[in-house]
Ligand binder design. Structure first.
Ligand SMILES: Nc1ncnc2c1ncn2[C@@H]1O[C@H](COP(=O)(O)OP(=O)(O)O)[C@@H](O)[C@H]1O
Ligand SMILES: [Mg+2]
Length: 284
């Protein structure tokens, strides 16, 4: 049994119009991890995700879920989609029912569960995303951030092992981005493997256990957030930016203002602690 919950082997994908979107992608995702796919528009993030849960079928290569190669028949696709849920970038493309409750119950009803179990799952999913009190409200009248959370509940109700979020914080303000990231962390605490794509280097750096950088449909590099964002050549070639926290840290370190042995900070709090532990920094 593989220690990886999800893998791709030599995955290539060509769209019908001839666009070669992915070329030989080999990824191995560990169970229970927080993984980010980073790369500019058009680098292939969404196409990888659509291959993950069988919405697209690889032109070449394969997708492996829990050690088994995905088969593209109805039975295995249903099983796959129950276990790997995708939350699309735009909730408008995902939501279609009248009320929040109807929307979220739809997926669970398709699983042929009892009415009591459907209700239990819908209530739990809505509570997990902080939308329980809106359950009788019309989806149509919700704000963008609320729709996004309902779209997440849509997936949670299936009890997936992996949730894939395509650009989850794009178009959200900082407050609602934080709210969504908190939901990811809560889900991850429950053992769900969380995979996301993002342009937001600050989020990828602070949040991820592991990062995969895509460029022109290929993997440019993968590694820990520190490995990825300390690689200036990679950042330049993949049109990324260095996360602000890391940039400040590297500047302070290279000018000798902090100990060269300080652990690399992942968030503001950790950076402030390093700065505060060094009295003379206050003079700079
Ligand atoms: N439905 C489609 N038909 C043809 N080409 C597409 C389609 N969707 C995406 N592409 C192309 O595939 C490549 C990868 O796109 P995509 O996976 O959407 O990248 P990302 O999510 O990183 O922005 C791009 O060149 C894009 O133009
Ligand atoms: Mg995309």
């Amino acid at each position: 049994m593989s220690e990886y919950i999800l893998e791709t082997r030599n995955l290539s994908y060509k769209y019908q119009d001839g666009t070669k979107a992915l070329n030989n992608i080999n990824v191995k995702i560990e169970k229970g991890k927080k993984v980010s796919f980073v790369g500019v528009n058009g680098s292939g993030k969404s196409t990888v995700f659509l291959n993950f849960n069988g919405i697209l079928k690889p032109t070449k290569g394969s997708v492996i879920y829990k050690g088994n190669e995905v088969k593209y028949n109805q039975k295995s696709l249903l099983e796959l989609r129950k276990n790997i849920g995708i939350v699309f970038q735009d909730p408008e493309n995902q939501l279609f029912s009248a009320s929040v409750y109807q929307e979220v119950s739809f997926g669970a009803m398709n699983l042929k569960l009892s009415e009591t179990e459907v209700r239990r799952r819908v209530d739990a999913a809505l509570m997990d995303v902080g939308m329980y009190e809106y359950k009788d409200k019309a989806v149509h009248f919700l704000s963008y951030g609320q729709k996004k959370r309902v779209a997440i509940a849509d997936i949670l109700v299936m009890n997936p092992e992996i949730i894939v979020f395509d650009e989850p914080t794009s178009s959200l303000d900082p407050k609602h981005s934080k709210q969504i990231v908190k939901i990811f962390d809560d889900l991850n605490q429950k053992g769900i493997t969380v995979i996301l794509s993002t342009h937001d280097v600050e989020l990828a750096y602070a949040w991820s256990d592991y990062i995969i950088v895509l460029k022109d449909g290929e993997i440019a590099r993968e590694g820990t957030p520190q490995e990825i964002f300390s690689d200036d050549k990679l950042i330049h070639e993949c049109y990324l930016e260095k996360p602000f926290i890391l940039e400040v840290f590297e500047k302070l370190r290279s000018s000798g203002k902090i100990d060269s042995s300080s652990a690399v900070p992942r968030n503001k709090q950790e950076l402030f602690e390093i700065i505060n532990s060094k009295g003379e920094i206050n003079n700079c």
